[in-house]
Write a protein that binds this ligand. Structure first.
Ligand SMILES: [Zn+2]
Length: 108
């Protein structure tokens, strides 16, 4: 055990086994993580990993695959029509989003 300056010691009671620990991140008795901040951080990291894993398992959606297929179509007219429709759709979404924002701004 290392000795530290008086007053700098932090006593943390282990939530798992009730042992009082001094200046330690992990419980000396059972090894449980003592810092609440670190515990929250770990939980958040686990949740983030879980979300990423689920998205990776799902893979690209049917729509995404269809878009990729259309973008690489052999016939240029299909690509051109698709581009126009796709760009039009993106613009429509942007305009729709803007209108929704304006309405929200007026109501608020
Ligand atoms: Zn413990």
């Amino acid at each position: 055990m290392s000795t530290t300056a008086k007053g700098a010691q932090v006593h943390i009671r282990c939530s798992q086994c009730g042992t009082f620990n001094v200046n330690s991140e992990n419980c000396e008795n059972c090894g449980a993580l003592l810092s609440v901040v670190k515990q929250r951080e770990l939980v958040r990291q686990e949740q983030f990993k879980e979300v990423r894993k689920r998205e990776a398992e799902k893979g690209p959606s049917k729509i995404e695959l269809q878009i990729k297929k259309m973008q690489n179509h052999r016939f240029w007219l299909v690509r051109a029509v698709f581009e126009v429709v796709y760009i039009g759709w993106v613009i429509a979404m942007a305009v729709g989003g803007f209108i929704a924002w304006v309405i929200a701004a007026i109501v608020a």
